[in-house]
Design a protein around this ligand. Structure first.
Ligand code: SF4
Ligand code: SF4
Length: 473
């Protein structure tokens, strides 16, 4: 029914004005920039930078800005809906063992599992990969290779089974290994490089005394030197990254961590705020605003180093937010979108085949959706346990429901919301960090400085929908 007719019969508005009736909601936000503020439609994630002194003109019903935007709004809303609700799983976080040779302070797995849990046998691991191949061959388009990330506890404890699985299925799956790095010898490094396996290494500091505060063996010994030895051997390999978990113990060192990783020629790092799902992590949770200060300084440092050396260290968790703003469909990580990627874009498999929406839920029995060896994957994906995560929407959470940047943040993480704050309709642990990251990203866009923060070729498959990036009326 045309809008005009609809308003005659129902009494509803035709949506001609901003912020009233059925008109679009456009929320202005300060981005701490001398000249620009941002205007955001929180529902469609459309935004534009507006010269501050011209903000009022935008709201003129006859402004070209409003006309152009209204013509495109429905398309933006549809694109956002597709991104949020139509994805198919394309990746699996595969945990082939419950055990770990380290005892990190913030680990999201129960201590009992990590110290004496079970391993998946080689036969079971191959069988599991075969099940997954059968499932993905049916659900994904031909030519699209799903990703299997061997994940922790410490997957290198079952190295032989894992490497055999990689060799047996390397023509179908892409593979990654997330490891603490302590069990990687020269032969393992060679294996990883020759199969182009993605490698994620964990390191929480630029010197042993910082890194050892959170990451150490069960007897309290340092593993810093061992991990740095591995990093030195990875120089020149472009399919690896370093995860530095940011806590109260290391946040002030984040800019120096950037210098250190850049000097080691690490191409991509993540400075992830600690996931506060367990008490050990909550004990070292940094204050949101204090972490933000050091985190933004670390981002500044990546740009300074790029200018000096012409070599980038991309901070992937920030780059993902920047991309979520510039080209929402091109984002790669799936924590900063609502519903998040857990159980929707990927799922996690435990050492006994139990399936969870995300590794963050391993060890929380109410989020077990079924078992890979006993249940159909389709049934698990639609189980009540998975739906708790896949239907958690930012619109149902306070204060996110009226937050202008809700589709750049996504209100992560549901595991934190549940474990730390008492329910899926609660926020996670780092709201202010998202507020600051989005403002930082908007300033970079205003000053045309985004290139230093994004990996080369990130936009190869994107197209521009509407060029209203900055607006001077
Ligand atoms: S937000 Fe949390 S549950 Fe969702 S994908 Fe990220 S880590 Fe997993
Ligand atoms: S967590 Fe904070 S920044 Fe993120 S959507 Fe909610 S209110 Fe907004």
């Amino acid at each position: 029914m045309p809008a005009e007719q609809h308003s005659i019969t129902s009494g509803a508005s035709r949506g001609r004005y901003i912020n009233t009736g059925n008109g679009p909601v456009l929320q202005p936000i300060d981005i701490n920039h001398p000249d620009y503020a941002a205007l955001i439609d929180p529902d469609s994630a459309f935004w534009s930078l507006i010269l501050k002194q011209e903000m009022g003109t935008v709201f003129d019903q006859k402004s070209s800005f409003l006309k152009q935007y209204l013509r495109k709004r429905n398309q933006f809303l549809e694109e956002m809906k597709a991104l949020r609700f139509n994805a198919l799983p394309q990746a699996v976080y595969f945990n082939p063992t419950e055990r770990c040779n380290l005892n990190c302070s913030y680990c999201y797995l129960p201590e009992e599992q990590r110290s004496s849990g079970s391993h998946m046998s080689k036969r079971q691991l191959l069988k599991a990969l075969d099940h997954l191949k059968t499932y993905f061959s049916r659900t994904l388009p031909k030519g699209l290779n799903p990703l299997i990330v061997f994940h922790g506890a410490e997957p290198m404890l079952v190295r032989d089974a894992m490497f055999e699985g990689i060799d047996a299925f390397k023509d179908y799956f892409r593979f990654g290994i997330q490891t603490n790095g302590t069990l990687l010898d020269d032969e393992a490094i060679e294996f990883i490089k020759t199969r182009n396996v993605g490698l994620g290494l964990s390191l929480d500091g630029h010197i042993g005394t910082v890194a050892d505060r959170t990451r150490k063996t069960w007897s309290g010994d340092s593993v810093f030197k061992k991990v740095v030895d591995v990093l030195e051997k990875m120089a020149g390999y472009d399919n690896y990254n370093v995860i530095c978990t940011a806590t109260a113990e290391n946040m002030s060192a984040l800019p120096r961590v950037v210098d250190f990783l850049h000097a080691l020629e690490v191409p991509v790092a993540m400075l992830n705020p600690v996931r506060c799902t367990r008490q050990g992590a909550r004990d070292i949770k940094p204050l949101d605003h204090e972490l933000s200060r050091y985190y933004l300084r670390a981002l500044d440092r990546t740009q300074e180093l790029f200018q000096k050396t012409n070599r980038k260290l991309v901070i992937a968790n920030f780059a993902n937010i920047l991309i979520a703003i510039i080209a929402p469909a091109a984002r790669v990580l799936m924590c900063d979108i609502s519903p998040c990627g857990g159980g929707r874009c990927f799922f996690a498999v435990a050492a006994n085949g139990d399936m969870f929406p995300c590794s963050e839920f391993l060890g929380v029995p109410e989020f077990k959706g079924g078992n890979l060896f006993r249940n159909k994957i389709d049934d698990v994906l639609t189980s009540d346990a998975f739906c708790k995560v896949t239907t958690r929407k930012v619109e149902d959470i306070e204060p996110c429901s009226h937050c202008a940047i809700r589709h750049f943040c996504g209100s992560p993480c549901p595991a934190e919301a549940y474990e730390m704050n008492g329910g899926m309709d609660k926020i996670g642990a780092f709201c202010e960090l998202y507020e600051e990251q989005v403002r930082y990203a908007m300033r970079l866009i205003a000053d045309e400085k985004t290139d230093a923060y994004l990996w080369d070729g990130w936009d190869q498959n994107t197209k521009k929908s509407l060029d209203l990036t900055t607006l001077s009326l």
